[in-house]
Write a protein that binds this ligand. Structure first.
Ligand code: SF4
Length: 326
């Protein structure tokens, strides 16, 4: 079923390179995707796939000295963020686009009370000229929104558990009611029961505030519970992209996606062991010719080692693989 919601973020042919001592290394190689208002896109892949680099480029937070956007465009609400001035980016970061990082302990300042850390975000973007008392009320509301009592605003991060710390990080990210929330592995540092709570809460907030979300994860199980669309990345490229509904119900997949499905623990079927993907992500300074997944692919053919595959589309989703385009 087609979704007529407006597009909030539109990334086209994005290329990002890092400068090493000897050469430019492409970390993201010509990716394109879009995100509709009020929806969640899951970006899935192993470490080194280019997920976080893509996310940081949206907020223009890549390190100036070593990373550069080598091509493409990032349109947010029809504005090209690559062309925005630094002042414009300061007004967008934290206000219109927020980001949650993996580890709450490195996101929070250990010597500042949590209420003041939320207040800082609100004060920086106080376009309504709210008084100190009104800002204080907003801090209380932000804490209550994530299920933390407002009387804990004077506590320091070390007085909270891991899950509660991540709730504080989410309160900071959502305090200004951003249109886009980028969550980079937001539950990886938490234990499994807390993961479910935090993901459930993020979903509730997203619906309540009509926020669009990019959820970066290596876990297809999390994507199944939370995302409308899925983009699978491997070695800086999108190898499969489509609606979550279709990807979780079709048999046609990129062999890498098939491998990710095989890595999901399943207690119902009679397989005592997980089926991991053999091998490792390739060295970005020495990528294989042709299909970058070919050294690990159980279905690799001769052509795969010579020619980069084009995308195949079944109308609902796209796969970059010679199995479908021969
Ligand atoms: Fe495997 Fe070839 Fe498809 Fe690459 S193009 S995923 S090597 S079958």
């Amino acid at each position: 079923m087609s979704d007529s919601r407006e597009i909030l973020l539109d990334i086209k042919d994005l290329e990002i390179a890092y400068q090493t001592d000897f050469e430019h290394v492409k970390a993201v190689n010509g990716i394109s995707f879009s995100l509709k208002k009020g929806t969640t896109l899951g970006i899935v892949g192993e470490t080194g796939a280019g997920k976080t680099t893509t996310a940081l480029s949206i907020l223009r937070l890549l390190p100036d000295r070593t990373a550069r956007v080598a091509g493409g465009s990032i349109l947010f609400d029809n504005k090209d963020l690559m062309q925005a001035s630094e002042n414009e980016m300061l007004r967008i970061r934290g206000k219109r686009i927020s980001m949650i990082f993996q580890d709450p302990m490195t996101s929070l300042n250990p010597i500042v009370q949590v209420g003041d850390q939320i207040l800082e975000a609100l004060s920086l973007h106080n376009t309504e000229n709210l008084s100190t008392a009104e800002l204080g009320k907003r801090v209380d509301q932000a804490l209550e929104l994530v299920g933390i009592q407002k009387n804990r605003k004077k506590d320091f991060p070390h007085q909270f558990s891991g899950g509660m710390k991540q709730r504080v990080v989410i309160a900071i990210a959502m305090a200004c009611e951003p249109e886009l929330l980028i969550a980079d592995e937001p539950t990886t540092a938490l234990d499994v029961t807390i993961q479910a709570q935090v993901l459930g809460m993020m979903n509730e907030l997203k619906v309540k505030l009509n926020t669009s979300m990019i959820l970066i994860t290596h876990d297809l199980g999390i994507v199944a519970q939370t995302c409308d669309d899925v983009c699978v990345m491997y070695a800086g490229e999108i190898v499969e992209i489509g609606t979550a509904d279709h990807i979780f119900n079709t048999k046609d997949h990129h062999p890498y996606t098939t491998g990710l499905f095989g890595s999901i623990p399943n207690l119902k079927i009679d397989t005592p062991r997980l089926n991991p993907i053999a091998g490792l992500m390739p060295d970005p300074t020495n990528l294989p010719k042709g299909c970058k997944f070919s050294p690990r692919c159980p279905k690799c053919m001769d052509i795969c080692k010579e020619k980069k595959p084009d995308y195949y589309s079944d109308g609902e989703h796209k796969i970059m693989c010679h199995l479908y385009t021969r």
